[in-house]
Design a protein around this ligand. Structure first.
Ligand code: CA
Ligand code: CA
Ligand code: CA
Ligand code: CA
Length: 492
């Protein structure tokens, strides 16, 4: 993959989607997998094609020809998109927001405090690092995509009901992948996966039962995490991409459903292992929060969670917001999430920090979960925070007990050789900032611990209206977890 990726660095490397319809072209490769170049326009001259998204991307709205699709990996076909309405309304498209899977749709059961878990084990999963959940098969059950670090693979697991899972497809052409997200970049109703890591960034389309050919993005390599959101002000609302490395946070604008590598803007700063990012809000209000994990520096509570925003204008730029940090007194902040943890309807931000006591050490101290308010003040709302397991590495938000208040799930890796990792559930309380210590449930114990990876997934996997958490079991040093562990709550 690497050779092909390097060869594409000078190209636009846009992700292609249905939005290419109507763009000027000279050959099929410029139009991506969904369209042929006909009469010098992708899919034919404007007015003759129905764009799947309803977008009319005429030449006058285009600033960058699509030249980045790798013809050797694209599935160059002129297939009609299944979600196409067959008409071109000319309306400015807005991707429908994904359903809020963190909330309960079933009956409220505030007495749920008993944790239970089940697992999907497969030796082929190796070191599972990240999981995303989405309806990927059109059958109604929420499915999974599971990213492994060793081997370097992305698997889609079809939810066949009753907590059983079937491997639908495995994508093997990855290079040291750290993180994955699933989003519909072109609003055509089909998911695209975006994987980033030490070896670069690729977009991998999903067509309902198998992966399409990957499309490398000409971003900087060495990214630790990524996120998507409507970050570019005054555009059509397609999800833009942010990627975080040791030296920069890169913005990849999504122009008409295509990630445009020609418009990448990077905020250069020393982030030192930014293992997680959070996008809050949309458009002019959007903020990107980036954790500076830094486990190599002198151990002082002086690491920051940076707050970035994207400027308006023809060439969007990413830079610091006001205020520029959530706080500057963290000790190895590793994961970040947002939710209504107080039950007031206002956004709260949760940050898990590792509290390392020496550079490069394996965690031997408990982590800390700290809570902050949202913009514009970002005030810390629970002084001292909550103690959680050693080496917290992932956070997820879900109302697991169906009391109407978001809860925080903390996945931790554990102190290698001393203890194993697991999951803490910190139940949201109403309000969280009056000194009520949130309930801490450490239910996986020490006998069969989980070395949690970097991204957990939320979904109602059993269809009972209540969300569960899918936890990646990376394993510990020298061992592979090779499991996805599902955390559920039950009536006491
Ligand atoms: Ca499904
Ligand atoms: Ca799509
Ligand atoms: Ca709750
Ligand atoms: Ca459920």
């Amino acid at each position: 993959m690497r050779g092909r990726l390097v060869g594409l660095l000078t190209l636009a490397a846009c992700f292609d989607g249905a939005g290419a319809a109507g763009w000027p072209c000279e050959n099929d490769a410029q139009c991506g997998p969904r369209h042929r170049c006909e009469q010098n326009f992708c899919g034919g001259p404007p007015g003759t094609t129905a764009d799947a998204t309803g977008t009319s991307m005429g030449p006058d709205t285009m600033t960058t020809p699509s030249t980045g699709v790798d013809p050797s990996t694209s599935t160059a076909e002129t297939t009609a998109d299944a979600s196409s309405s067959g008409t071109d309304t000319g309306d400015v498209p807005l991707c429908p927001p994904p359903p809020d899977v963190s909330r309960c749709s079933g009956a409220a059961s505030p007495a749920l405090r008993e944790a239970t878990w089940t697992e999907y084990a497969d030796p082929g999963l190796g070191n599972v690092t990240a999981i995303v959940a989405a309806e990927l098969t059109g059958e109604g059950n929420i499915d999974l995509a599971v990213l492994s670090f060793s081997p370097f693979e992305l698997r889609v697991l079809r939810n066949t009901g009753n907590w059983s899972w079937e491997v639908l497809d495995t994508f093997t052409d990855l290079d040291m992948p750290y993180d994955v997200i699933a989003t519909d970049l072109d609003c055509d109703g089909e998911i695209e996966f975006i994987v980033t890591g030490a070896g670069g960034t690729v977009v991998i389309p999903w067509n309902g039962d198998s992966f399409g050919g990957e499309q490398p993005l000409a971003t900087q390599q060495g990214n630790f995490s990524l996120a998507a959101g409507d970050l570019v002000v005054d555009d059509e609302g397609y999800p833009d991409l942010v990627l975080a490395s040791n030296t920069a946070v890169q913005l990849v604008p999504n122009v008409g459903g295509m990630l445009d590598a020609n418009r990448i803007d990077a905020y250069q700063a020393d982030f030192s292992e930014p293992w997680d990012m959070l996008v809050l809000g949309a458009g002019a209000d959007a903020r990107v929060l980036v954790v500076e994990s830094d486990d190599e520096a002198i151990m002082l509570p002086s690491q920051r969670v940076a707050i970035l925003q994207v400027s308006s204008g023809a060439m969007p730029e990413i830079g610091v917001a006001e205020p520029a940090v959530l706080a500057g007194n963290f000790q190895n902040p590793w994961a970040i999430a947002a939710g209504d943890f107080s039950g007031t309807g206002e956004v709260r931000i949760a940050v898990a920090e590792r509290n390392l006591t020496g550079p490069g050490e394996v965690s031997d101290v408990y982590g800390q979960l700290r809570f902050f308010g949202g913009p514009p003040d970002y005030e810390e709302t629970l002084g001292g925070g909550v103690s959680v397991g050693a080496a917290p590495g992932a956070l997820a938000t879900a109302d697991l007990d169906c009391d109407g208040v978001h809860d925080v799930v903390v996945g931790y890796g554990g102190a290698s050789g001393v203890d194993e990792g697991g999951v803490n559930i910190v139940f949201g309380t109403d309000p969280i900032d009056v000194g009520n210590e949130p309930l801490l449930v450490d239910f996986l114990g020490t006998s069969d611990g989980v070395g949690v990876g970097t991204r957990m997934a939320v979904g109602d996997f059993d269809g009972d209206g209540r969300p569960e958490i899918a936890v990646p079991d990376f394993g510990a040093m020298g061992t592979a977890g090779a499991r996805v562990v599902f955390v559920d709550l039950e009536e006491p």
